[in-house]
Design a protein around this ligand. Structure first.
Ligand SMILES: Nc1[nH]c(=O)nc2c1ncn2[C@H]1C[C@H](O)[C@@H](COP(=O)(O)OP(=O)(O)OP(=O)(O)O)O1
Length: 385
């Protein structure tokens, strides 16, 4: 039996900046019921194109400097000019605002629906043609995943803004600044990004008086069609492992080396398989050097803090700086001290705020006596090792 698609509200729960439910208005189960509740029949119509740009699990958003939505983040786009259809306008606006060139053929295939906006105090309906473009970045590792000519390959160095808008990569869908975006994005964009299947949608949003300034929806209805046979674009692109590797590579970071990165990634996966990671709070990486293992565990588990205990200063904090946006609001610290004094001190401090079953001590190295000592100390404190 095919799986039921996720409901809108379930999807937005995954996002940390989602707007409060009272700002999102009443959800309707049909267009009929939405129209009945709204009552107003718009007399005029303005058409726009809007292009959501992603690269794997990253999204490119624009900070608007003027015009509609000034000071807020949004996807790219604008009004249809005279004689243009939505595809032509989408290609033009995307290029004007980001420098990204997409062919008409690609843009036509990228159309995923329409958003309709009406307002209590304005007789004009905004009709926004929606596109979703998943690009491949033409640098280092990504090229290898972009082998098909059907894919949109972009050199990241060519992405630039204009006086109207500044593009910015948000490294993790779930951290997009929804609190500083149009309220409807908390409804349809979250669905689009959270869905593992390809999605087409028609959204109907009726805003309270004051429209943009008030940014509060009174009623909405979103008609969703999910293509259960095809994966969403982000599932087809880069894995997290590749993106982390890629980031080190693009910043010319030599510690960890590619071999050390692979080892840390593999080791983290082994550890996660043998642990109830959903309750994890604190990771202590003993003799962790550059800290890649600690950082990978921070990124891929529920842990909120990690500390690397190592007397040597390896990599000059480069891992933390390179990956900081993969673990926002989490803490990665380095303690330059030997295992014998550093580990008990960290364990004692961690146990003041969390229970022993939520602490994990890891050590990924070949030195047997160091491993033995790590295990012995961890057992003494009753934590996972
Ligand atoms: N509630 C909403 N949610 C959303 O996600 N995007 C919206 C939206 N309301 C409008 N948009 C999009 C549609 C369009 O792509 C963009 C607004 O475009 P603009 O008004 O900036 O048009 P132009 O770039 O043509 O402007 P000018 O060049 O200043 O005339 O914002």
């Amino acid at each position: 039996m095919p799986m039921a698609p996720p409901v809108l509200s379930d999807c937005r729960k995954k996002f940390i900046n989602v707007l409060p439910e009272q700002q999102l208005g009443e959800e309707h189960s049909s267009l009929e019921s939405f129209r009945k509740a709204v009552e107003i029949v718009p007399r005029k119509r303005k058409e726009f194109s809007l292009i959501v740009v992603t690269n794997g699990n990253r999204i490119l958003l624009g900070l608007k400097h003027r015009g509609f939505g000034k000071g807020m983040y949004n996807s790219f786009g604008g009004k249809l000019e005279q004689g243009e259809d939505s595809v032509v306008a989408a290609c033009r606006e995307l290029h004007e605002e980001t420098g990204i060139c997409v062919t008409m053929k690609h843009m036509t295939e990228s159309k995923i629906g329409i958003l309709h906006f009406t307002f209590d105090d304005d007789p004009t309906e905004m009709c926004v043609h929606l596109f979703r473009v998943n690009i491949y970045c033409n640098d280092h590792v990504t090229v290898e995943t972009a082998s098909s000519s059907e894919q949109i390959v972009v050199d990241p160095l060519t992405i630039r803004g204009c006086d109207e808008i500044t593009p910015e990569w948000i490294e993790n869908f779930f951290h997009i600044p929804l609190h500083n975006m149009f309220a409807d994005d908390s409804i349809w964009l979250t669905y689009l990004l959270a869905s593992e299947k390809k999605v087409c949608l028609d959204g109907w949003f009726h805003f309270l008086e004051g429209g943009q300034e008030v940014n509060t929806i009174r009623h909405h209805f979103v008609d969703i069609k999910t293509d259960t046979n095809s994966e969403s674009p982000q599932s087809q692109t880069m894995t997290l492992e590749k993106r982390l590797f890629h980031r080190l590579h693009s910043k010319n970071i030599v510690s960890p080396s590619p071999k050390e990165f692979n080892e840390a990634w593999a080791f983290a996966n082994v550890v996660k398989k043998s642990l109830p990671c959903k309750d994890l709070d604190c990771v202590i990486d003993v003799a962790g050097g550059h800290g890649a293992l600690a950082a990978i565990l921070l990124i891929t588990t529920a842990a909120t803090r990690a500390v690397v205990v190592d007397p040597a200063q390896v990599g000059r904090d480069s891992v933390r700086r390179a990956w900081a946006d993969f673990f926002p609001e989490k803490e990665l610290r380095y303690r330059h001290e030997c295992l014998r004094s550093g580990l008990p001190a960290e364990l004692e401090s961690a146990l003041k705020t969390t229970s022993c079953d939520r602490i994990l001590v890891v050590a990924c190295h070949a030195c047997q006596h160091l491993s033995d000592e790590t295990v012995k100390l961890s057992c003494k404190f009753g934590v996972h090792a």
